[in-house]
Design a protein around this ligand. Structure first.
Ligand code: 5AD
Ligand code: FES
Length: 347
């Protein structure tokens, strides 16, 4: 029965709610292999063997929010806070460019020190020095005016995971000064302005139900994001969720494959969280339909301070060159990293 559902999903790029629920809840090991096989087929039809890389620059770990799952939440007074200077950020981009990166992702907490103008200046300086590169911002919920300003300064893409598309679940993950309504509005605004937009969620986050996952997929079918970031929930010792159990590798791989089949052209990263839950996680993600990896370009001295969850990979001295490490890892899957801006083919 599940094998029929997998074929139907492959043929129609869609399933009914009850069919998605059944597939996610009851898929067997053998059926998973079949699902991954179809996801790879679609991925190879759309993107061949190419893997796109994005250089992640974690430029501030200061955050005004207090998400219950996140290690850099404002109430965690054990984190040493940092901000990179414009020069430090440019230096990361220069190192990245030499290594073949043509996309830079500026990611940070919701830090009001970085005003509209400061972020605009960072975008402009990187774009000026590297006109053949894409700039992705990932700095949370800001105003329409700020999003538009950064777009006009040259930003190309924006990552803002919706985290969960269900109101009740959203409130269990976020304190009452955050709202799902505003988050969704930000995503629709970004899309309207012209950004290539990334949404996404954690798999097996506390209190998540399979119904919630189906709601996540339906929300994204409405939003039509260019990119979808998912990874397993991982606990962090200094958060209210420190006793919650980590997400499952297999469940994350199943969701990656389902997403590839529902959204054939979407840019889908094998995330750092996936590489943290299992040493082979990112490779398995690539074999389940993912086509992007996002290695860390942040200065090694700050990496440990950007711990969203415990045991995050690529935070030690040995990971100074994630680019080389990933090259070997990606080659082992039969795919290969390309030096390409890696734009979305979704309109
Ligand atoms: N486990 C897994 N992913 C997390 N994120 C934040 N905290 C955690 C955690 N404990 C994810 C969120 C966020 C992205 C940057 O990292 O989905 O949007
Ligand atoms: Fe960072 Fe392997 S990707 S060390």
């Amino acid at each position: 029965k599940n094998t029929e559902l997998i074929e139907k999903l492959y043929e129609n790029q869609n399933l009914e709610d009850c069919e998605l629920l059944q597939l996610i809840n009851t898929i067997s090991e053998e059926e998973r292999e079949k699902l991954f096989y179809y996801a790879r087929r679609v991925r190879e039809r759309e993107y061949g063997n190419d893997v796109y890389i994005r250089g992640l620059i974690e430029f501030t770990n200061v955050c005004k929010n207090d998400c219950y799952y996140c290690g850099i939440r404002k109430s965690n007074d054990k984190v040493e806070r940092y901000r990179l200077t414009l020069d430090e950020i440019l230096e990361c981009a220069r190192e990245g460019y030499v290594l073949g990166f043509r996309t830079f992702v500026l990611q940070g907490g919701e830090d009001s020190y970085f005003t509209k103008e400061k972020i605009g200046k960072i975008v402009k300086c990187i774009k000026n020095e590297f006109p053949d590169c894409a700039i992705t911002l990932s700095v949370g919920e800001r105003t329409y005016d700020e999003y538009e300003y950064w777009w006009n300064m040259g930003a190309d893409r924006y990552l803002l995971r919706h985290e969960t598309a269900n109101e009740v679940h959203y409130k269990k993950l976020h304190p009452y000064n955050m709202s799902l309504e505003n988050r969704k509005e930000c995503l629709y605004s970004l899309r309207k302005i012209g950004y290539q937009v990334g949404a996404g969620f954690m798999v097996d986050s506390p209190y998540q139900t399979t119904d919630n996952l189906v709601e996540d997929l339906r929300f994204m079918q409405d939003l039509r994001p260019h990119m979808i970031g998912i990874g397993p929930y991982l606990s962090h010792e200094n958060t209210p969720f420190n006793n919650q159990k980590n997400g499952s590798l297999q469940q994350t791989l199943v969701l990656l494959a389902i997403i590839r089949l529902l959204f054939p052209k979407v840019l889908l990263p094998a995330t750092t969280a996936l590489g943290t839950i299992d040493p082979n996680g990112r490779e398995l993600g690539l074999k389940a339909g993912a086509n992007v990896v996002m290695p860390n370009l942040s200065p090694v001295r700050v990496r440990k301070k950007y711990e969203l969850y415990d045991n995050k990979i690529c935070t030690g001295e040995e990971s100074a060159q994630c680019r080389n490490c990933l090259n070997l890892r990606v080659e082992s899957t039969g795919y290969h990293i390309v030096t390409d801006i890696g734009n979305s083919r979704i309109q």
